[in-house]
Design a protein around this ligand. Structure first.
Ligand code: UPG
Length: 475
């Protein structure tokens, strides 16, 4: 018998949907009192996301996926979005408030008399907290990035409220209570970009209007940040319920599925911990000159590799694509010379790859899902952040947690001058593969802690229990 409803509003992007859907699935597995609806807004800059959502809806039939009609809100052109993504997308989402309200009233409430225990919004979808208020129902934020980054958003909003000057490139390092080490400007999200600072500060302010913050992390991993958050009595309660990992990954068909099978077979033939895996998230494309440089760096390292290579978006396209052949873009003879030690792919079955015993290191953009997936499998990370909050994630992993080796902390994908040299790639790969046992040991310890956090009585299990109690009280 269903006693309560939860309504999720995620950001329509793979890196956001993957953990929110995983979380919804965990709720259903844990307690059958809940009915769950997922309101999906279209993504004008990445229309192909709708295929991903359709595949999620086909797998997770217990979740009621409701699509908000396309073009109810006019999206600014791609060039505007590319120039100032944070504010453009947040504003686009905000303009959906009446449509989200309409969907909740007419498609969720009208179809079931069961009360709504919470509207659970993505970290960028906080304008829908106002919709929940209008409807007289509680709201929670589902934070699909880490606890320290949530703290940074609070810090920004509070510093703006106090009238403190904005961060500047010339400033010394910042003491931010959610990071154990002083934070340099170069790893902060692009705060100098027009309106990004105000957008982050606004988000940080809105979080406090919710009834709780659910974070995909575990308290043992980010103990410093979590302590700094939970010792404050002016914040909504924090629930650290991770690591939430989608062990199945994207559902693949046709040639993509065949390629994944080929990857697994190839990994099966490689010695234990001998392969370095490179993957830069769901949107990780590099310029061709950089791809060539990675190829040179990898070849010189002499190590086996599996490399997920994506093609930068063409004119008018929001998302990276896939190459049909690598001959034209990689150095001459690279493919021939590395054919016995390397494999290239477009989309990698990342969770399975990281869990494979042949994988010994992960060159990653440090998106939060990738980070948790690597730690889940005890694989040490080599940092190559590209955009968003990835730089400060990488900083936390390298400096505060000692779980990753720095290749770069401040490479910006869109900067025409940022470039990582082959020699640095070779050095980082050789270091982790040949001498990085302390990093592997620490990653394995983090894996152990993360798995324990989810077991009955573990920190995330207990937080999850408190959250469910709060929801059932709210109904
Ligand atoms: N993935 C694959 N195969 C690929 C590429 C990606 O399975 O070839 C999966 C990966 O396993 C992960 C997800 O796609 O589950 C990617 O998520 P994430 O590592 O978080 O990266 P992004 O897709 O870049 O995620 C966005 C932001 C990132 C942020 C994250 C969560 O770019 O900075 O941390 O969302 O908020």
């Amino acid at each position: 018998m269903k006693k309560s409803q939860l309504v999720f509003v995620p950001v329509p992007g793979i890196g956001h949907l993957v953990s929110v859907v995983g979380f919804a699935k965990l709720i259903l597995e844990r307690d059958d009192s809940f009915l769950i609806s997922m309101l999906v807004i279209n993504n004008p800059y990445a229309p192909s996301i709708s295929n991903y959502v359709e595949s999620l809806a086909a797998i997770h039939t217990q979740i009621n996926f409701i699509t908000i009609p396309e073009k109810v809100v006019e999206a600014p052109p791609l060039e505007v979005f590319v120039g100032r993504p944070e504010s453009t997308f947040t504003q686009f989402l905000r303009e959906h408030n009446p449509f989200i309200k309409d969907a909740i009233v007419n498609q969720v409430m009208a179809n079931s008399p069961v009360p709504i225990a919470s509207v659970i919004v993505d970290l960028f979808c906080v304008s829908f907290i106002d919709v929940a208020k209008e409807l007289g129902v509680p709201s929670h934020v589902f934070f699909c990035s880490d606890a320290a980054f949530y703290g940074l958003m609070l810090y920004l909003s509070e510093s703006e409220d106090k009238g403190e000057p904005k961060f500047r490139e010339t400033d010394p390092h910042y003491i931010i209570p959610y990071y154990a080490n002083p934070v340099p400007y170069r790893v902060l999200p692009l705060l100098h970009r027009d309106t990004a600072y105000e957008t982050f500060a606004w988000l940080g302010r809105k979080y406090k209007e919710s009834n709780g913050i659910i974070i995909n992390t575990f308290s043992e991993l980010e103990s410093h940040a979590v302590r700094a958050l939970v010792t404050r009595d002016d914040l909504p309660p924090t629930f650290t319920v991770g690591p939430i990992i989608d062990h199945k990954g994207k559902s693949l068909t046709g040639s993509e599925a065949a390629k994944c099978e080929e990857i697994t077979k190839w990994l099966d033939d490689q010695p234990e911990k001998s392969v370095v895996f490179l993957c830069f998230g769901s949107q990780g494309a590099m310029r061709e000159a950089q791809l060539k440089e990675i190829a040179i760096g990898l070849e010189r390292s002499g190590h086996r590799f599996l490399w997920a290579v994506r093609k930068p978006p063409g004119p008018g396209e929001g998302l990276p694509g896939f190459y049909t052949s690598y001959d034209e873009i990689l150095p001459e003879e690279f493919l021939e010379k590395t054919k016995n030690i390397g494999m290239l792919c477009g989309w990698a079955p990342q969770v399975q790859v990281l869990a494979h015993k042949a994988v010994g290191a992960f060159v990653s953009h440090c998106g939060w899902n990738s980070t948790l997936e690597a730690l889940w499998s005890g694989v040490p990370i080599i940092t190559w952040p590209c955009y968003g909050e990835q730089h400060i994630n990488a900083f936390q992993l390298v400096k505060d947690l000692g779980l990753a080796v720095e290749l770069t902390l401040d490479f910006r994908k869109d900067s025409p001058t940022d470039f990582v040299k082959a020699e640095d790639i070779t050095k980082a790969v050789k270091y982790v593969m040949e001498e990085g046992s302390e990093y592997r040991n620490r990653a394995e310890a983090a894996s152990e802690m993360g798995r324990r956090a989810l077991l009955e009585g573990g920190s995330s299990d207990v937080a999850f229990g408190r959250l469910i109690e709060q929801w059932l009280r709210n109904k």
